[in-house]
Design a protein around this ligand. Sequence first.
Ligand SMILES: [Zn+2]
Ligand SMILES: [Zn+2]
Length: 552
Amino acid sequence: MNLITGDLSFIPLGGSGEIGMNLNVYRCDGQLLAIDCGIGFGGNDNPEAEVMTPDPYWLATRRDQLVGLVITHAHEDHIGAVAHLWPQLRCPVYASPFAASVLRRKLAEANLAHEVPLHVMPLGGKLDLGPFALSFIRVTHSVPEPQSVAIRTRYGTVLHTGDWKLDPDPLIGQPADLEAFARLGEEGVLAMVCDSTNALVEGHSGSEAEVRRNLVPLLRPLKGRVAITCFATNVARVESIALAAKAVGRKVALFGRSLRNAEASARECGYLQNVGPFISEDEADDLPDNELLIICTGSQGEERSAMAKIAADTHPRISLGEGDTVIFSSRMIPGNEKAVLRMQDELARGGCKVMTADDHVVHVSGHACRDELRKLYSLVKPRFAVPVHGEWRHLQEHASLAREMGSTPVLVEDGDVLRLGPLAGNEAPDVVEGVPTGRLVVDGDRLLPLDGGVMSARRKMLFNGSVVASLAVDRSGRVLGAPQISAPGLFETTDQEPEQIAAELSRAITELPSNLKQEDDALRDAARAALRKALGRRMRKRPTVDVHLLRV
Ligand SMILES: [Zn+2]
Ligand SMILES: [Zn+2]
């Protein structure tokens, strides 16, 4: 079956059946459109990986058909992989002014600023890319300028919602353009590809304005230093915190590079106008405790963030302790729970009072809860519903809600090719083929497959350690001197085991048949096996093992 031309398909390469790493592709008559290109965190599941991206292999090998990459908003799970993956895609990129500003900084850090054709799209604008006629629709979320994308094609219209909620008072920007959604619904929508993050949560996600109202009464009675951590790009939240600080007589300092970058992007786009310049990190430390409020990065327990350093008391500029307060104005992204709780625990041990959204109104979610989902379905009335941006239980709950609202849900996961058109009469969309997907680990300057050899070895080393033996032998295979064993992460430098293992290895090789000892490969294999055996016997562990053989 050849489906390369003459179809409309939705092909998620990341972000469906998982949280994070969004990379969505639409195919129409052989042309491809990508929406969002984000990162995910290794978290509890993949401790050997800090940051991951979707594997764009399938898309990269078809980049001559790729008409562009559209960014819905400036969150890391939608924008964070552009600088890593663009060199494989090399297509024009389209983003709102704020998202473009955030992206420009990332591209500059990757030395790509002058290579990437980055086009700034006005809010609510229109864009024709090959067979895709796009119109952007204003929504609300926890970042400035989030947009849904209506994709009109000759097979029908798909609404790609991106991340959204219906905040009646978003503080920055206007409420969602419900009239545009209603008009689209009247026009007829084939499918809605929609955010599932809060599909398990009844009711409404609330408003940024509630957080703002609650901050002043929360901060007023606090003595000592106050630190608040939130997402760097939540500009409305940063503004609320700054205004509340002013109201209670505290000056604000930003700690963390991503916060300072987001502030620069926000001011560049005309936001934060009612907030004066923040004080520097140096000035912060000189202020009396009860006149200081710091906003810092690290709400997800990220290891090198300002908050992680403060919690570990290794921050070069600032320390918190007895009588100080730390407020988590954020939620934990699934997978980061361990790191966040450990950090909160460290802060409490240092004497800080820790406040979270569990017992104070210091955060509202940026994603639609069930009442908001119902509202959008009632306006857009899509024939088919494609839940994305969630794990399976979110997708499934979203699907049943969609069914209640009169849409036919279709569940997909990364790598599925969902054929949305052309459809005959009562035909429903179907997954017609699969394409290769995967995850890449950002490892320094390289991208390595998560299931490839290097990362598998890294995973094994993390738990079992690694041992290298260096071995000099003469022509006949007689061991010269004592083999050297190095095993950082397994032995202390003072341990006796490496010497004993070296002796055991020497003995084992001496006992090998002499024809085997004259062959490098065979000798190396035998040495590895002997080493593995010695380690297993002494330590009851199976580290990765290697032997360097030097024949002299
Ligand atoms: Zn988002
Ligand atoms: Zn997202």
